[in-house]
Design a protein around this ligand. Structure first.
Ligand code: ATP
Length: 420
C-alpha cells in the first residue's frame, strides 16, 4: 500500500517530512516499509509553502482489510495532530493506493507525475486520476494536498536521497547552532556524492532551513552510505532523530527540451538557441537577453539573487549558441535561468589598423574607399584589412546559479555525469 501526503505545514509551523517520519516510525512497528519518498513537483505552483514537496510511504506487506483500516487510522491521526490547520494556505490531502493498483496503472501514474512536474493541475483532475487508478483520498479543508500526494506516489527514477535531521521540540523556532566549518569539511570530504551543502561564492551554509520548522538540517546526496557518514561529520546542535528519503532533488526532472513556439507559462524548459540580442542590465540588478530558435524568440533572465552567475550571462554576445535551462514566468513571458550550457561561441574580430606596407596607422575613409595610411598614403580596401580574432572570456560548457539561488529540483553541474 502507498500513502501519499501533502500540504500539511505552514511557514510558521510543522513540516510534511517530519509528519512522514512520525508516521513511518509508527507503522514500522507492525509493517515492512520501503524507504520513504520526498518528491518535489512543479516549482511554479503559486500556493506552495516552500519547495512544493509531497511525501510517500510504501508498505511492502500484503495487507488484510483490517490492516488497511489500521493504517488509515494511524495516518489520519498523525495528519490531524501535525498539520497547521489554522493556516489559510494549509489544505492537507492524503491518498491511499494498493500496490496491485499501482502496478496495474503504472503508465497512468507515470503520466500524472510528468503532468504534476510540468503543469498546474486542478483538484478535480487529481480526484479523477485517483478514482481512475482505484485509489482513495481524504481531504482536509480544501484538500489541495491530494494533488501533490498522488504526485509523490507516482514518481519514478531518477532519484537522489536526502537525510533530514530533526530538532528536539524544545528547540523548534530557536536559532540553529551548526558549526559552519564542520559543514565545509563534510562537503569537501563527501564531494561529489553529496551536494548543495555550502555556497562557497556567498559563504553560506545551505543544509539548514530558515523557517521555524522541526528540521535541523538536510544533507542531499546520491547514496545512502555517504549521507550517513556526512551526518556524523556535522557538528553543533544534536538532532533528535533523522530519516533518509528518496527524492527527485537535483535531477532536473522538471525540465524538458522545447521549441520556443511551444513554450507556455509556469513550466520548466531546456531551449537550444542563439543569443539574438546583447544581454543588458535592468532595474533590480537582473540581467536579461533574447534567445532565438527557428520558431521564435524569448527573453531569458538571470535574477539578482543569482549573484556571480550574472557575470557569465553578461559575457554572452549575439550569435552564441546555448542551451538555457529554467522555468517560464508568466508576465512577462521569460525564462528564469537555472543553468546554461554554452555550446558554441561566436567569433569576434578586431581590425588590424597597421599599414601592411609601412606599418603606419590606417585611417577609415568610409566603407567604399577603405582605409588610408597616414604615413605612406596608400589605400587599403576594407576587405583587405587583416582581421585578428579576439579571445572570448568564456568557455564552452555548463554554468549554473550559486547554491543559494538553486531550486531543489535543479541538477547541480557536479551531478551531470553521475545521474542520467
Ligand atoms: P512543504 O514542502 O513544506 O511541504 P510545499 O512547498 O510543498 O510545502 P505545500 O504547502 O505542500 O507547499 O503546497 C503546495 C500545494 O500545491 C499542495 O497543495 C500540492 O498538492 C499542490 N500541488 C503540487 N503540485 C501541483 C501541481 N502541479 N499543480 C497544482 N497544484 C500542485
Amino acid at each position: 500500500m502507498f500513502i501519499g501526503i501533502d500540504d500539511t505545514d505552514s511557514r510558521k509551523k510543522f513540516c510534511t517530512t517530519y509528519l512522514a517520519t512520525l508516521i513511518y516510525e509508527e507503522l514500522k512497528k507492525s509493517y515492512t516499509l520501503n524507504i520513504p519518498k520526498l518528491i518535489r513537483l512543479n516549482p511554479m505552483v503559486k500556493y506552495k509553502t516552500r519547495g512544493n514537496g509531497g511525501v510517500c510511504i510504501e508498505i511492502l506487506d500484503d495487507l488484510e482489510k483490517r490492516d488497511k483500516e489500521e493504517v488509515r487510522e494511524i495516518t489520519i491521526k498523525f495528519v490531524e495532530k501535525y498539520s497547521d490547520l489554522s493556516s489559510d494556505q494549509t489544505n492537507p490531502g492524503i491518498v491511499f493506493l494498493d500496490r496491485e493498483k499501482f502496478k496495474e496503472n503504472r503508465e497512468i501514474l507515470r503520466n500524472y507525475y510528468k503532468e504534476a512536474l510540468f503543469n498546474i493541475l486542478s483538484l478535480e483532475y487529481a480526484e479523477k486520476v485517483i478514482k481512475r487508478v482505484g485509489g482513495g483520498f481524504i481531504k482536509f479543508k480544501k484538500g489541495l494536498g491530494i494533488i501533490g500526494a498522488l504526485g509523490a506516489i507516482s514518481s519514478e527514477p531518477p532519484y537522489t536521497y536526502e537525510l533530514l535531521a530533526y530538532r528536539k521540540k524544545e528547540n523548534w523556532g530557536k536559532r540553529r547552532e551548526i558549526d559552519e566549518r564542520s559543514v565545509i569539511e563534510m562537503d569537501r570530504k563527501t564531494f561529489p556524492y553529496t551536494f548543495d551543502n555550502y555556497d562557497y561564492e556567498n559563504e553560506k551554509v545551505l543544509i539548514t532551513p530558515n523557517t521555524p520548522c522541526p528540521v535541523l538540517f538536510g544533507i542531499r546526496g546520491i547514496n545512502i552510505k555517504t549521507l550517513i557518514d556526512a551526518y556524523f561529520m556535522v557538528k553543533g546542535e544534536k538532532p533528535e532523530r533523522f530519516m533518509i528519503f528518496k527524492t527527485n532533488h537535483g535531477t532536473d526532472v522538471h525540465l524538458r527540451v522545447m521549441k520556443i513556439r511551444d513554450i507556455y507559462p509556469n513550466t520548466g524548459v531546456i531551449v537550444y538557441g542563439k543569443v539574438s540580442e546583447k544581454p543588458r542590465d535592468i532595474e533590480g540588478g537582473h540581467v536579461i537577453f533574447k534567445l532565438s530558435d527557428d520558431t521564435g524568440n524569448i527573453d531569458c533572465i538571470a535574477y539578482e539573487p543569482t549573484k556571480g552567475f550574472r557575470e557569465t550571462i553578461r559575457k554572452l554576445i549575439p550569435g552564441d549558441f546555448v542551451a538555457v535551462y529554467g522555468t517560464v514566468r508568466e508576465e512577462p513571458l521569460t525564462i528564469n535561468i537555472e543553468k546554461i550550457k554554452i555550446l558554441k561561441l561566436e567569433k569576434i574580430y578586431r581590425l588590424n589598423k597597421r599599414c601592411p606596407h609601412c606599418g603606419g596607422t590606417l585611417k577609415a575613409k568610409g566603407k567604399k574607399v577603405g582605409y588610408k595610411c597616414k604615413r605612406c598614403k596608400k589605400v587599403i580596401k576594407y576587405e583587405e584589412i587583416e582581421k585578428e580574432e579576439i579571445k572570448r572570456d568564456l568557455k564552452i560548457g555548463f554554468y549554473e546559479v550559486p547554491g543559494v539561488a538553486r531550486r531543489h529540483l535543479s541538477k547541480p553541474i557536479q551531478l551531470i555525469d553521475l545521474i542520467k
